[in-house]
Design a protein around this ligand. Structure first.
Ligand SMILES: Cc1ncc(COP(=O)(O)O)c(C=O)c1O
Length: 478
């Protein structure tokens, strides 16, 4: 049975036709997989587990593609999330722009790898051009560079590794890359808001500094870093013999979309000789907005910036970039191997992108960004981003007028955190009831209280959808 399917693509017309049919049948299965606007089939965890456990995993004999697709179509696809549904709003998890789904097919088919030029000649050149375009878009200057990564967590980790090595090397003459952590490593401290993403702690653990090296900065009523307290905390830490090496500004916190003041954080970092990273995983989308770009602040003052394309930019997972203002800090990732990235290649003008990346084998994700911007232009993106921001503003304006709700923070981007006034259990139940109905919303907490969360990334959302969901939530109150 398995022999009926081509093993790999070739120039044989029969193989090409089989490939075309596979892709066409897959597309038909996807298109036919939903006929309503629900985000989820509503199966609970036990029902879903039961329905999938008999599918048979790792069979000895292959069934062929047609039967396999049929199983996926009937048994799996109906319970996949429809991220494009206007009833899917829990996380920074986007519906994918259609042209970028097409680009995924190209990426997967050609399967270029970004480690060395000979594994992706055009892919390497496109990624380089894309990175340089982004450097210009964020105003980082001619000495800047960067690389694509698998997501915000990886981009943040790359930034913090570079910050650690920069600090140890340039401030203390210690070469972490060769010698490992210096004797004073236990005193190094990183400063970031108490509502920043947990990838800071994870990175500090992996980097050998530990969770305790992360100093959580208090935030004001808008969930932004309290600059005065930041300054005081660094001063006190220095008095206590600690070594502040880096601060991370969040440009769009995960729950509230709150944006730290990078200009002020830069001032404090300069005062104490610290590296400043901007985690703009979420808020980087504002860079293309005509109306709301100012909300982001001037990120060109930062030493590095995380930009995620699989959040506000609506690209398929995964797609992120880390940009460095001074490209020489990326040297911490450079290591030559005779089989891959020979120094002689560089002398001849070839670029091996593994020289500036933590990953070795890496997808050609830059193609998605290329195709999306070619298709829509910055203007097309501006309208997507502006719709998301406006919808959040509308949602918030409805909530604050209604005594049934508490909405503690006015959104700056596209997330709205709120609760019905009836207490934690009522809020938890509302989320579960909505999930059963196929509407997926988020849950988080504020000051120990359960809160509901809407992340309004979907440009198809209208005020009418928002009015309806508010009305439904009110019906579900106890
Ligand atoms: C502010 C922020 N930073 C970083 C991340 C991590 O990004 P990723 O999930 O792409 O690793 C997230 C994820 O939601 C985030 O909200």
């Amino acid at each position: 049975m398995e022999g009926k399917n081509p093993v790999i693509l070739s120039s044989d017309p029969k193989v090409k036709e089989m490939f075309r049919k596979m892709i066409a049948d897959t597309t038909d299965a996807i298109i036919g997989s939903y006929d309503d606007n629900t985000a989820y089939s509503g199966k609970n965890v036990y029902e879903l587990r039961k329905s999938l456990e008999d599918l048979g995993f790792l069979p000895d004999q292959g069934l062929g593609f047609d039967k396999t697709l049929e199983t996926v179509r009937k048994e799996i696809m109906p319970h996949l999330l429809r991220t494009w549904s206007t009833m899917y709003m829990p996380h920074l998890h986007a519906p994918a722009l259609t042209e970028t789904i097409a680009s995924e097919l190209i990426i997967g088919t050609f399967n270029d790898s970004m480690d060395s030029w000979d594994q992706g000649p055009a892919a390497t050149e496109i990624e380089e051009d894309m990175v340089h375009g982004l450097v210009r878009l964020f105003g980082l200057g001619s000495g800047a560079d960067g690389t694509f990564t698998s997501g915000g967590t990886q981009s943040n980790m790359a930034a913090l590794i570079a910050a650690r090595d920069w600090y140890c090397n340039r401030k203390h003459g210690c070469d972490v890359k060769k010698e490992g952590l210096p004797p004073f490593y236990g005193k190094m401290r990183l400063y970031t808001s108490e509502v920043s993403h947990f990838s800071m702690e994870k990175s500090c653990h992996v980097m050998g500094l530990g969770y305790n090296s992360v100093r959580k900065l208090p935030v004001d009523s808008k969930c932004k870093v309290d600059i005065k307290k930041f300054d005081e905390m660094v001063q006190q830490d220095i008095k206590d013999g600690l070594l502040p090496f880096c601060a991370v500004a969040t440009i769009g916190t995960t729950d509230y979309g709150s944006i730290d003041d990078v200009k002020e954080m830069r001032r404090i970092c300069d005062k104490y000789g610290m590296f400043l990273h901007a985690d703009a995983s979420y808020g980087s989308g504002l860079v293309v907005s005509g109306k709301y770009r100012d909300r982001m602040g001037d990120l060109s003052v930062c030493d590095s910036i995380t930009v995620d394309f699989h959040k506000m930019f609506l690209l398929p997972i995964s797609c992120s970039v880390i940009l460095f203002k001074d490209k020489t800090v990326q040297e911490c990732f450079e290591l030559h191997a005779d089989y891959l990235n020979r120094e002689e290649d560089e002398e001849e003008g070839y670029i091996n992108l593994v020289d500036k990346s933590l990953q070795t084998t890496r997808r050609f994700d830059a193609l998605k960004v290329f195709m999306a911007f070619q298709t829509r232009g910055k203007d097309g993106f501006a309208s997507i981003i502006d719709t998301a921001v406006e919808n959040a503003g509308y949602f918030y304006s409805r909530l604050v007028k209604d005594p049934a709700f508490i909405a503690p923070v006015e959104p700056e981007i596209s997330s709205v955190v709120f609760a019905v006034i009836d207490g934690d259990e009522a809020n938890k139940n509302i989320r579960k009831r909505l999930m059963d109905e196929g509407t997926v919303i988020g849950q988080t907490s504020k000051d120990g209280k359960v809160m509901l969360k809407f992340t309004l990334l979907n440009p198809a959302l209208t005020h009418d959808h928002i009015d309806k969901i508010i009305a439904r939530i009110k019906e579900l109150r106890p």
